[in-house]
Design a protein. Structure first.
Length: 114
């Protein structure tokens, strides 16, 4: 099983980005999926997560600006980010609970700078 994240890049403050993470391989079912981020010199932190039923959880710092969603038929989770701030700069990682095991994507860099 592999998780492939994409969609990162350089954006100006106030801009938007959409991250995608697709799971591939021998998959029976995927439970929770989520996005984490790690800024230089800081610990990895949870950004948002979504259950297989669609229930969502967000870090306080991104509430109202980020939206997590998933397309179960595509084994894909998305993170729509708007009103980006410089403090959102980090490497973003996706995580998926696949058939009872946790898998991580390779990370995608998001840089918010003018």
């Amino acid at each position: 099983v592999q998780l492939q994240a994409s969609g990162g890049g350089l954006v100006q403050p106030g801009g938007s980005l959409r991250l995608s993470c697709a799971a591939s391989g021998s998959i029976f079912s995927i439970d929770g999926m989520g996005w984490y981020r790690q800024a230089p010199g800081k610990q990895r932190e949870l950004v948002a997560q979504i259950t297989s039923a669609g229930s969502t959880t967000y870090a306080d710092s991104v509430k109202g600006r980020f939206a997590i969603s998933r397309a179960n038929a595509k084994n894909t989770v998305y993170l729509q980010m708007i009103s980006l701030k410089p403090e959102d700069t980090a490497v973003y990682y996706c995580r998926g609970s696949v058939d009872g095991y946790d898998y991580w994507g390779q990370g995608t860099q998001v840089t918010v700078s003018s």
